[in-house]
Design a protein around this ligand. Structure first.
Ligand code: COA
Length: 474
């Protein structure tokens, strides 16, 4: 039987019970003062009231592409991202696909802007002590190691959560729980396992992967949203949580229209696929659809002037139903406006190939930019196929900060893609990626408050510097 509470305990319980009531009164008073209980709107000019994620510290254990994409976005949004790298080695991409000898590769620099780099050997006892201090201090740990690697370091969820119950632990893995959860995964494996490759390419050819890194960068984007949501929820609950994004799931999320079509195919042919118009029967699974549009308005890629020598002299053209009359007038087929064989979207479906051939006959007489100008005047949706060269030279992308020139101490100037997410009160400035271990001492001293003598001791232990052997080999 529970002991009868003493008088003091009773008094304490009474006081505690009263507490929430006092809070409600406070909140009500605040709401009265501010209208909604939130801080009054800042009167600083937009862009000068800090960044969206100012004050958030990220312990960044990511490497290669998926994880770094996520933490780079968080850094652009204002988080202090502390990238932990193995002494003397660093993120493997520093040395991959190098174009300038002995300088960090574009692969690395373009995925690690606005971060600080600290080198720590997580398998060294002194290194683990530093990591523990960082775990206590930071808000989020982000990692994309192979399954089990973080646990093997000793950094299990239970361990981290005990050290810092507020910490959010965010991971990219190739697969979620299930038969493949222990597999290592790279971009194209995810594109294949997420259903994108089987639905990309031409019907007669093999499955194709896309150049856009929907497995790596796409999953990094998903993870960033998960982290920001977990931070938001933590404001209410006071505790961290695990955030997991599997690359297979991320790709499937981006390929969801194809799972839509998988269910439609069971009920009849996919009439908007050009395969239907060509009279080719459908199989049991969603086929590759070439350049068919994935939505309800049929589209295709058509040649433009110069296509014989320029591999990118093409235009994506959409036969959007609301502007069908304008299309007919512009391409010189005014009778198609009223001809029952062409006048309705349904009537056009079996003839799409012939219609696009006619559009192409017309677009081959002009460059893709001339075609774009002309069709836009009539509100006809279309888009030029832009090469990476054209994108690199496009001044409007420079003006918006989507393509940015950055200077780097060892490689010089290079172009990168800036933050594609534009916030009016949190503009992103793109700063170069850190050199390996560039901020090790700064972080030990300023973030963790270590004295110079302690830093020297950690250095001497070999926990933050490369092993002597490697120094000689370098
Ligand atoms: N100090 C000491 N050791 C460190 C370290 C540090 N600072 N940082 C990393 N390591 C160790 C890890 O502990 C791990 O060691 P272990 O295998 O003995 O446990 C080792 O480095 C390698 O990590 P791992 O993630 O297995 O790298 P990998 O090069 O073999 O595999 C991937 C690379 C990308 C295939 C794998 O990390 C993966 O599948 N990640 C998840 C999915 C993903 O993000 N894929 C896309 C990448 S763009």
């Amino acid at each position: 039987m529970a002991k009868k509470p003493t008088k003091t305990k009773q008094a304490k319980a009474k006081a505690a019970a009263k507490k929430p009531a006092r809070k409600v009164v406070k909140l009500a008073a605040l709401k009265k003062a501010n209208g909604n209980g939130l801080p009054k709107p800042s009167n600083k000019p937009y862009g000068q009231a800090g960044k969206a994620l100012t004050g958030v510290q990220i312990l960044d254990f990511t490497h290669v592409q998926s994880g770094p994409t996520c933490t780079q976005l968080l850094a652009w949004l204002g988080a202090d991202v502390i990238k932990v790298e193995r002494p003397g080695v660093g993120d493997i991409t520093r040395g991959q696909l190098r174009d300038v000898p002995n300088a960090d590769s574009l692969y690395f620099t373009m995925l690690n802007h606005n971060k600080r780099s600290i080198t720590i050997d997580s398998k060294h006892p002194q290194g683990m002590r530093v990591l523990n201090a960082l775990i206590r201090k930071c808000d989020v740990l982000v990692e994309n190691f192979a399954p089990g690697a973080l646990d093997r370091m000793g950094l299990t969820w239970d361990y981290i959560h005990k050290l810092n119950p507020r910490m959010i632990v965010a991971s990219v893995k190739g697969f979620g729980p299930g038969p493949y959860e222990d597999c290592k995964v790279y971009e194209n494996v995810a594109q294949c396992a997420g259903g994108a490759a089987s639905t990309t390419g031409f019907r007669e050819g093999p499955p194709l992967v896309t150049g856009a890194q929907i497995g790596d960068s796409g999953t990094g984007l998903h993870l960033a949203l998960g982290i920001v949501s977990a931070l938001f929820q933590r404001n209410r609950t006071g505790r961290g949580q695990k955030v997991l994004c599997a690359m297979q799931d991320g790709v499937l999320n981006l390929a969801r229209v194809k799972l839509r079509d998988q269910q439609r195919i069971e009920k009849g042919p996919l009439t908007e696929y050009s395969q239907y118009g060509e009279g080719v029967p459908f199989g049991k699974a969603v086929p590759r659809a070439g350049n068919d549009s994935g939505g309800g308005q049929p589209g295709w890629i058509v040649k433009c002037k110069g296509w014989e020598n320029d591999p990118d002299a093409y235009l994506y053209f959409i036969t959007q139903a609301p502007v069908w009359n304008e299309i007919c007038d512009v391409i010189g087929e005014p009778t198609w406006k009223t001809d029952p064989g062409y006048a309705t979207p349904k009537a056009r479906l079996p003839k799409l190939k012939a219609i696009f051939a006619r559009v192409e006959q017309f677009t081959m007489t002009m460059t893709k930019f001339e075609a774009m100008d002309l069709f836009n005047k009539h509100d006809i949706p279309c888009g030029p196929i832009l090469s990476m060269k054209e994108i690199a030279e496009e001044q409007s992308l420079r003006a918006t900060g989507t393509v940015v020139e950055v200077d780097h101490p060892t490689r010089g100037k290079y172009l990168t893609v800036g933050n594609p997410i534009k916030l009016s009160d949190s503009p992103a400035d793109v700063r170069r990626s850190p050199l390996l271990g560039e901020h090790t001492e700064e972080i030990l001293a300023k973030v963790l408050g270590y004295k110079a003598s302690e830093i020297n001791e950690i250095k001497a232990s070999g926990a933050i510097t490369p092993p002597k052997k490697e120094e000689k080999a370098a």
